[in-house]
Design a protein around this ligand. Sequence first.
Ligand code: FAD
Length: 267
Amino acid sequence: MQENLARSVGMESPKEKVKPITVDAKLVGKKQLTADVFEMHLESSAPFLFAPGQFISVLIPGAGPGGRDLRRAYSISSSPELMPSKNIFELCVKLVEGGPGTNYLNNIKMGETIKGQVPFGDFVYKTKSDKHAVMIATGTGIAPFRSMLLSEVYQQNKPITTTLLFGARDTNDLLYTEELTPVLSTDFVQTLSRPTVGWPGFKGRVTDWLRENAGTLDWKNTEFYLCGNGAMIDEVKSILTAHEVEKTSIHQEIYFKPKPGESHASQ
Ligand SMILES: Cc1cc2nc3c(=O)[nH]c(=O)nc-3n(C[C@H](O)[C@H](O)[C@H](O)COP(=O)(O)OP(=O)(O)OC[C@H]3O[C@@H](n4cnc5c(N)ncnc54)[C@H](O)[C@@H]3O)c2cc1C
């Protein structure tokens, strides 16, 4: 049974859906990645299987109206291979001002536990080695891509090329540059919408990069993965549609919908 499950989480189309389990997860490490993004290293009370790209539903106790519990989803940012040896998994969280979920997580002390249900989600790496992959993220939307890129299933079933296209405001918001640059044998493109003077990389949003580099992409032979701000995802999807990318080659995980009138200009 476990063997079947283990095999299924690494496969393109899991034949057997892994049933979520409830776990307690102890905070055993924490790293501040930027001014408002932190990484949590958590030790699960029980091992669990997940496919890279899946998320945990975390219980936020008593933070809802009338003291009700809330739930918030967080993509697992570490590879599944970190789990079996030590039951460790990682999350990459942006602290949202006044947000009950992120403030709760930010205030967890070392050795304290959180409760969650895991795994959930269909936003997983598709093993299509005869195609290219373009992974597009803004902000903490890079979390599931870190999990995918570090995973065995990706390393052993690489696409023809992989482009990780990451949009941020300025250099202070960049994530995982040192870690992911060597992992990606192909491109780690970082685009900055408000670049500091002297930024040698691309200036603009991920959508500007896609438009300016349209000629370099093999649109119809690429799997596109989009994660983060819903406005970015909508705009990228309209570009993909204009290039006649099949719906089946577009995979998305929307973290939040922008408020009316808001774009992803600030990323
Ligand atoms: C499947 C899934 C996976 C997710 N994975 C992650 C993850 O790995 N890391 C992560 O930080 N968030 C992730 N999120 C978002 C997360 O679930 C919460 O919505 C977020 O942390 C805010 O929760 P909150 O209770 O603090 O604030 P809320 O009161 O719920 O949100 C307040 C406002 O903050 C904004 N917001 C929400 N999330 C973000 C964000 N990530 N960046 C910028 N602004 C945001 C929105 O405008 C939202 O309306 C994920 C969401 C989904 C649906």
